[in-house]
Design a protein around this ligand. Structure first.
Ligand SMILES: NC(=O)c1ccc[n+]([C@@H]2O[C@H](COP(=O)([O-])OP(=O)(O)OC[C@H]3O[C@@H](n4cnc5c(N)ncnc54)[C@H](OP(=O)(O)O)[C@@H]3O)[C@@H](O)[C@H]2O)c1
Length: 296
């Protein structure tokens, strides 16, 4: 029997690729959009879903169960971005991003779990981000929403394991999608942050536009869904090392890397900050050469 999968936010970007690949692999896939343009998209079925609405989530799950009778794989992918300084973001704006990125996942997961518990099987894959494991300038609320998602997901896996439900996190770096063009900016920007925010915004936009195709994210989700990956965390993308190194290298090095990445410093400051790093590398190199020389 073909597995039945639900992929939230499958109209564009990463979700569309995940839904397409799961369908290609033989799953019966239901993708979602707040405003689907027809009953099908690419090779999968579409259902209307707004994850910020309890009624919409209930209706989506009911429609899926009526058509397919079961749910084996849930991919919580729908997400939005808010780019602004922590001081610039109001509580209402913070609630807006949490409604989709955190409470949205919670709503859909809570609606899917009774089905999976009754089946005594299922797989829940939450699309987090490298922002779920580390901070980034002018992305504090996005980062906070993904950190909340990580804590929730990490806890959930203990609770549902006895019911045969597997839980995993996928943490992509930058991949090409529509998220950049759909992002929100602060409603009341503070001029003191204009210069730094503008720099970060430009770098951030460039990283999304130049980002790789999200196919590897979809392949990772497929590997989790079909049981080839039993890991809990899955970092993907060229910036993966930033998450893997976070607890190994000193904090100042992590911070420096982020400052370069988002252009927070001028070229002169960047170069000056390199001095201790290059100096340390040089000392290590000289010491290693001296040791080699003394052995001969
Ligand atoms: N692209 C990246 O580099 C990257 C990196 C790390 C993590 N991520 C994460 O990957 C996920 C997908 O993002 P993406 O980059 O592919 O962005 P995207 O192209 O903008 O896709 C976002 C999807 O979410 C849906 N969506 C937005 N608000 C929704 C709501 N309230 N209810 C239901 N669906 C909603 C959109 O569908 P409709 O507008 O049609 O409803 C769309 O299909 C997000 O969770 C994002 O945080 C992306």
């Amino acid at each position: 029997m073909a597995k039945v999968a639900l992929v939230t936010g499958a109209s564009t970007g990463i979700g569309r690729q995940i839904a397409g690949l799961l369908a290609n692999s033989g799953c019966r896939v239901f993708g979602t959009s707040r405003s689907p343009q027809g009953e099908r998209l690419d090779n999968f079925e579409m259902l209307p879903l707004d994850v910020t609405s309890d009624d919409s989530v209930r209706a989506c799950l009911a429609a899926l169960l009526e058509r397919a009778g079961r749910l084996d794989v849930l991919v919580n992918n729908a997400g939005v971005e808010l780019l602004g300084g922590a001081e610039e973001i109001g509580v209402d704006e913070a609630k807006w991003i949490f409604e989709t990125n955190f409470f949205g996942v919670m709503r859909v997961t809570s609606a899917a779990l009774p089905v999976m518990r009754a089946q005594q099987s299922g797989c829940i894959i939450n699309i987090s981000s490298l922002a779920g494991v580390g901070g980034a300038p002018f992305q504090g609320l996005y980062v906070a929403s993904k950190h909340a998602l990580e804590g929730y997901t990490e806890s959930l896996r203990y609770e549902v394991k006895p019911f045969g439900v597997r839980v995993a996190l996928v943490e992509p770096g930058f991949f090409r999608s529509e998220i950049g063009s759909r992002k929100r900016l602060p409603a009341s920007p503070i001029p003191a942050y204009d210069r730094a925010r503008e720099r970060v915004l430009q770098r951030w936009q460039a990283l999304y536009e130049a980002g790789p195709d999200p196919a590897p994210v979809a392949q990772t989700v497929l590997a989790i869904a079909d049981g080839r990956s039993a890991r809990f965390r899955h970092f993907i993308g060229p910036e993966t090392f930033m998450a893997e190194w976070k607890y190994i290298v000193p904090d100042w090095l992590v911070e420096q890397r982020m400052r370069w990445m988002f252009g927070l410093d001028d070229l002169l400051m960047d170069t000056l900050r390199l001095v201790p790093l290059l100096g340390t590398a040089l000392l290590i190199g000289v010491a290693a050469l001296a040791r080699l020389g003394s052995r001969r």
